[in-house]
Design a protein around this ligand. Structure first.
Ligand SMILES: [Zn+2]
Length: 87
C-alpha cells in the first residue's frame, strides 16, 4: 500500500461513481483533494485494495500531478519547489 498523504482517507460517491481522496500534504500540511474520474473508478478501487497494478494503469484518466500526490503525498506546489525547474 502506498504511503500517501497525512490523514488520508477516501470517499466513494455511488451516484457519480467517483472516488475522492482527501488528505494533507506531507510537507506543507495543506489540505488536498484528488478526484478520481468515473472511468478510473474500478481500476483505482483495485489499486487501493492492494491489487498488483501500477498507478499509471489504475488511473490513466487522472492528471499526473494528482497521481503523484496519491503515491508520494507531496502536493504539486511542494513537488515543484523540490524538483521543479523554477518556473
Ligand atoms: Zn505541500
Amino acid at each position: 500500500m502506498a504511503i500517501g498523504m497525512n490523514q488520508q482517507f477516501i470517499k466513494f460517491e455511488p451516484r457519480t461513481q467517483k472516488f475522492t481522496v482527501l488528505g494533507k500534504c506531507r510537507y506543507c500540511e495543506e489540505p488536498q483533494q484528488i478526484d478520481i474520474p468515473a472511468e478510473d473508478a474500478r481500476t483505482f478501487g483495485d489499486w487501493w485494495e492492494g491489487e498488483d497494478i501500477c498507478i499509471q494503469d489504475a488511473t490513466p484518466n487522472t492528471p499526473a500531478e494528482q497521481r503523484e500526490l496519491l503515491i508520494s503525498g507531496i502536493c504539486p506546489k511542494c513537488w515543484g519547489a523540490m524538483f521543479g525547474g523554477g518556473q
